[in-house]
Design a binder for this molecule. Structure first.
Ligand SMILES: [Zn+2]
Length: 272
């Protein structure tokens, strides 16, 4: 699943490419991503609108329209947003097409169909799925991070990092990489974390995700950027999906275990 760095990569590219453009028309091939909005209503409210801004909250992209409406886009497991020329053949699993006034098409493609493109009116603050998110992972100060950890008192750190109500934007890849950076075992109970470990974890989250953004994210499965290109961060992974391979720091073999139903990759020697 695309995490904060992958979604941020797409957001930056969208801001550059489509901000200020007009959505002249839309083509709804499948209405599943629209949720409760009917195709008629979607077309009526989106067609003719200008794209005012492209924002992001956690793993959700927010396209702000000149009409006051917004489009909330979640790529979930396999979603892609692609900017293409109309002459490029429409691939299977393309569900929505936005025809822009500069001649490009923004296409929403999703193999597994868990993703969505929801039309939202009014204040975003009132939108439940945004309201219940925890603080943004890259905007959290060390003190705030300490405070939210202190408020937890128990639970495994890996599970906590994945909990979007606790901290928003981190998924399986970057929780594993940040825990390696901090030298913390994924099954550690948060109550046992020392001050310096918390500080290193906070630093790891920021450093690794910022670096991943500069490499346009990690293409593990289906993720590609707005131009259909893979991200370049995977070769920089220290532990994620490197089970059985030597640790880049100490040479021990990377292990994979299940923590709360999710896989965790770690070095048994570097992470205590
Ligand atoms: Zn190691």
């Amino acid at each position: 699943m695309p995490e904060l760095p992958e979604v941020e990569t797409i957001r930056l590219q969208m801001k550059e490419e489509i901000e200020g453009k007009k959505i002249e028309s839309t083509k709804v091939i499948s209405d599943k991503p629209l949720g409760n909005t009917t195709v008629e209503e979607f077309k009526e409210r989106v067609e003719g609108a200008f794209i005012k801004d492209v924002k992001r909250r956690a793993k959700i992209l927010i396209i702000k329209l000149s009409t006051g409406d917004s489009l909330l886009i979640h790529l979930k497991l396999t979603g892609r947003l692609l900017l293409l020329r109309p002459s490029v053949p429409i691939e299977k699993h393309t569900h929505l097409i936005f025809n822009l006034n500069d001649g490009h098409q923004l296409r929403f493609w999703d193999l597994r169909r868990f993703g969505y493109v929801k039309l939202v009116s009014g204040k975003l603050k009132e939108v439940l799925e945004l309201k219940k998110l925890g603080p943004e992972a890259l905007e959290l100060s060390l003190n705030e991070f300490r405070n939210i950890l202190a408020g937890k008192r128990s639970g495994k750190i890996k599970s906590l990092l994945l909990d979007q109500h606790f901290i928003a934007g981190i998924g399986n890849i970057y929780s594993d990489e940040a825990l390696f950076y901090a030298g913390i075992h994924p099954e550690r109970n948060v109550a046992t974390l020392k001050e310096d470990e918390i500080a290193r974890l906070h630093e790891g989250i920021r450093k690794i995700m910022s670096s991943a953004i500069s490499y346009r994210g990690s293409s593990m499965d289906d993720y590609v950027d707005l131009f259909g290109k893979q991200g370049d961060f995977v070769p920089r992974h220290k532990v994620y999906r490197r089970m059985g391979k030597p640790c880049k720091a100490c040479g021990s073999l990377i292990k994979r275990i299940k923590v709360g139903g999710r896989s965790a990759h770690f070095c048994p020697k570097c992470q205590v």
